[in-house]
Write a protein of this length. Structure first.
Length: 204
């Protein structure tokens, strides 16, 4: 005889990444707990920033469920919401943008086995049809845990290809904006004309 838990998992293949309730990857109750993002100051080099929520409470848990617990089920939902927000801002008839992401450090990628920003960018590409391209390499150590000066200076990025045209730059969390600004500088120098940032959450 199958256990109740097994039957539930057959009926509801997904469970909420925040409360484990069977059903959607993010249940309605938890979705309602997400707070809207605080007012955003666009990091230098970016035209707009779209965000799903504030990096606080359920919003922080949502990001950490992906980063720390590899709970990817909510990624398509997050990606589609960001694409809808981005699409609403685009001029009618404009050429398709390309999606790229802020790569995590090689060390973190090795430890986690994936890059959460890359997962989001690829899910956004699947939803929108806009191509996702890896345009950046990241050289320095992670931002978390570093001193204030390192945070202000930001990590060092290099561009892999020509970065012409309109780009969407994806990351999980916007904190000081220093990381996005550092990447924007490189992408603009490599030919990007318009840069729109898309993040899951913004630190209050
Ligand atoms: Zn839930």
């Amino acid at each position: 005889m199958r256990s109740t838990a097994t039957l539930m998992s057959l009926l509801f293949p997904d469970t909420c990444v925040l409360c484990d309730a069977p059903g959607d990857a993010l249940c309605l109750r938890c979705l309602r707990l997400l707070e809207p993002p605080p007012p955003i100051r666009e990091p230098p080099g970016t035209h707009t920033v779209d965000a799903l929520c504030s990096y606080k409470g359920a919003g922080a848990d949502l990001v950490l469920s992906l980063k720390r617990r590899n709970r990817r089920e909510a990624v398509p939902m997050i990606a589609s919401a960001l694409c809808v927000a981005l699409d609403a801002r685009r001029a009618e008839g404009s050429r398709s943008p390309r999606i790229t992401w802020l790569p995590t450090t090689p060390k973190r990628r090795r430890t986690r086995g994936f890059d959460q920003a890359e997962l989001l960018a690829k899910a956004m590409s699947k939803f929108s049809g806009w191509p996702a391209v890896k345009l950046l390499d990241r050289r320095s150590g992670p931002q978390m845990g570093l001193g204030r000066q390192d945070r202000v200076d930001g990590p060092v990025f290099t561009a892999r290809h020509s970065c012409e045209g309109e780009l969407i730059l994806v990351d999980d969390v916007l904190t000081t904006g220093a990381t996005i600004a550092a990447a924007a500088e490189i992408l603009l120098a490599a030919g990007a004309t318009t840069l729109r940032a898309a993040v899951v959450a913004v630190a209050p």
